[in-house]
Design a protein. Structure first.
Length: 257
């Protein structure tokens, strides 16, 4: 009986140890993802899209469209990154570390070269893009509007029902955000993080980070967009990326999830 109990105890200990390791891996990935997303997205194109659209349209509609696009993009990026785990971890770990170092140095260089009001150019670019989309939307409304009296009101009913479920503003917020995010620095860093960290932690942390940035943009609008120093955020972002690269000197590739 004593012999049987001595065999059970180590198994219980190993299970507890693996559970703690998994929890730490999730927390580390979550913190890494949320910090990287915040420094990448504040003052970025997707931030300005949400901020400007929220000033002109229903905030909840804009937030829902932008968050659906960002959530979908985060999940796709995590899947891309997780797919690389078929490669031995030691290679993906050091390749991702090198990429973080490159991103960090590049962000620091960009930040140091920027003028204090650097964000205004991107703000104006996004405004012009949204204005163009608005004009296209107005033209579509005119073409598919009430129509002439002879055609009768029957043609407008299906359109109203369709727009009731999917608002054109929702589609515009989703499309603009998704296209702006594709190939963006935050997408690339999410892929890199998912290759070396716990994928669930990266997915949750990335989504929460996007929620915070987009929510801030939607609530604050132009005021926050104008007061954020893109230069300062970029320099801080470069330091954060370099810190992740530097941490590889002290963390073994085999540690983590």
């Amino acid at each position: 009986l004593q012999k049987g109990s001595s065999q059970v105890a180590p198994v219980h200990f190993v299970n507890e140890e693996s559970a703690d390791k998994t929890n730490l891996g999730f927390i580390h990935a979550f913190v890494a993802a949320i910090s990287v997303i915040i420094v990448s997205e504040l003052g970025d194109k997707t931030f300005f899209i949400a901020a400007i659209m929220a000033m002109r349209y229903n905030r909840l509609t804009v937030l829902a469209g932008a968050m659906l696009a960002l959530g979908l993009m985060t999940c796709l990026s995590v899947l891309f990154g997780y797919a690389t785990t078929v490669i031995p971890r030691i290679y993906t770990y050091y390749v991702s570390t090198a990429l973080f170092a490159i991103f960090g140095i590049r962000m620091l260089r960009e930040g140091l070269k920027m003028s204090p009001d650097e964000g205004q150019e991107e703000l104006e670019e996004v405004q012009a893009e949204i204005k163009k989309k608005d004009e296209e939307l107005q033209r579509t409304k005119l073409l598919n509007g009430p129509g002439d009296v002879e055609s009768g009101p029957g043609t407008t009913i299906p359109q109203k029902k369709w727009l009731h479920f999917i608002s054109p503003i929702f589609v515009q917020a989703f499309t603009l955000t998704f296209l702006a995010e594709w190939g963006d620095r935050s997408q690339l860093t999410t892929i890199v993080l998912a290759a070396r960290e716990d994928p669930y932690g990266v997915a949750v942390g990335g989504t929460v980070g996007h929620c915070l940035c987009t929510g801030l943009a939607v609530i604050g609008g132009r005021m926050i967009a104008q007061k954020i120093s893109v230069r300062t955020v970029t320099i801080i972002g470069g330091i954060v990326f370099l810190a992740f690269a530097f941490s590889a000197l002290f963390i073994s590739p085999d540690s983590g999830f």
